[in-house]
Design a protein around this ligand. Structure first.
Ligand SMILES: C[S@@+](CC[C@H](N)C(=O)[O-])C[C@H]1O[C@@H](n2cnc3c(N)ncnc32)[C@H](O)[C@@H]1O
Length: 139
């Protein structure tokens, strides 16, 4: 991302201390947040232009209600961008039950608009490798 545009004001959130240490060596982030993401995370709402998360919607990781938390964290007009393995939408029961309904509820409540909801190839090497990309714009 830094090669594409001068993104300097970026925070990184990661619950695993070891992973956060690796991230620190890259010197890419302004704040390093060592915590889990969950609904009512305690982070200040309406503070980010964009939230990007990759590969965190997997069994035992983020729950669907984190989508609502991401929506709360971005400013009006900001974006939430999620990439994940498409197969987890069906394989993980919690996502099967709650992910689409959470996305649709936030849209019907006028909190965000779904900009992209599509699959793409070569996301990872195991299984079909098909990824899913969501882009939401907060209203
Ligand atoms: C499969 S890795 C993906 C790492 C990287 N983003 C990528 O795409 O290669 C999942 C990451 O999510 C983190 N994680 C797990 N549960 C989390 C939670 N509740 N909140 C925030 N991060 C979490 C893990 O520590 C791990 O670093």
């Amino acid at each position: 991302m830094q090669k594409l545009a001068p993104y300097h004001n970026v925070d990184g959130l990661e619950p695993a201390k070891g992973m956060l240490e690796i991230a620190k060596h890259k010197g890419l982030y302004k704040n390093y947040l060592n915590q889990f993401m969950f609904l009512n995370s305690g982070l200040e709402y309406d503070q980010y232009d964009v939230v990007v998360t990759a590969g965190t919607f997997i069994a035992g990781h983020l729950k669907s209600d984190c989508l609502e938390e991401f929506c709360s964290l971005v400013k009006s007009g900001g974006y939430v961008i999620v990439s994940m393995g498409d197969r987890y939408m069906k394989m993980v029961e919690e996502y099967r039950q709650n992910m689409r309904s959470t996305i649709e509820r936030l849209e019907s409540q006028g909190r965000w608009k779904v900009i992209k909801d599509e699959t793409f190839p070569n996301y990872f090497k195991v299984g079909s490798g098909v990824g899913r990309l969501f882009v939401f714009r907060k209203l």
